[in-house]
Design a protein around this ligand. Sequence first.
Ligand code: FES
Length: 234
Amino acid sequence: MSGNERITLELCKESDIKDGEMREFEVLGSSILLVKSNGTFSAVGNKCSHYGAPLSKGSLAGDRVRCPWHGACFNVKTGDIEEFPGLDSLPCFTVKVENGSVHIVTSKKALENVKRVKAMSRHCASDRSIVAIIGTGPAALVCAETLRQEGYTGQIIMVTKEKHLPYDRTKLSKAMNAKPEDIYLRTKEFFSQYDIEVRMEKEAVSVNTDEARVKFRDGSFLQYSQLLIATGSR
Ligand code: FES
């Protein structure tokens, strides 16, 4: 059997799960979350895309499951992530109910994916607009990715005074010997694949909103169409 071949696997009897319930199933070595909400079944990956918590231990409210560890939320019908932390969505599987049994239709390959990156646009040369984002924390990164997910084709320029790509700051107090690359939220390749530019070691010192320009400590400027200041606070 090839990895892409479609397979139909029985999970349980229809009557085994009540409305508003969810249950975890082990399917060919992968963990699947089966949910019955508003009278219909749906199935998504059971591992939270943030740090892998079992979502079956979280809480379900309508079509939304909340991770038990740090509260990321996912839509159980689509697998889409709806609340941070975490950046990726869950794989979503087709569910079929036949003769009182609940099945998922999938492939071996699809079962191997524990995360799903939403479809994203890229920069198109004819779009001259620029979104400038000061700061490279999670809010800044989610903004950049959401723009691409929503089809924005202008330039996206993230600027930080740090000398690293966006990283998981919470790890600084938990994984003291981690190398910077180990805690990056996205790889260098990811940023170039989706045309999200990250300018490092550039400290913004002022913004002239009348002229739509950011000034940096090194004396350079950045002209923007839209600006997000997401530097956090202290
Ligand atoms: S592991 Fe799920 S939110 Fe962190």
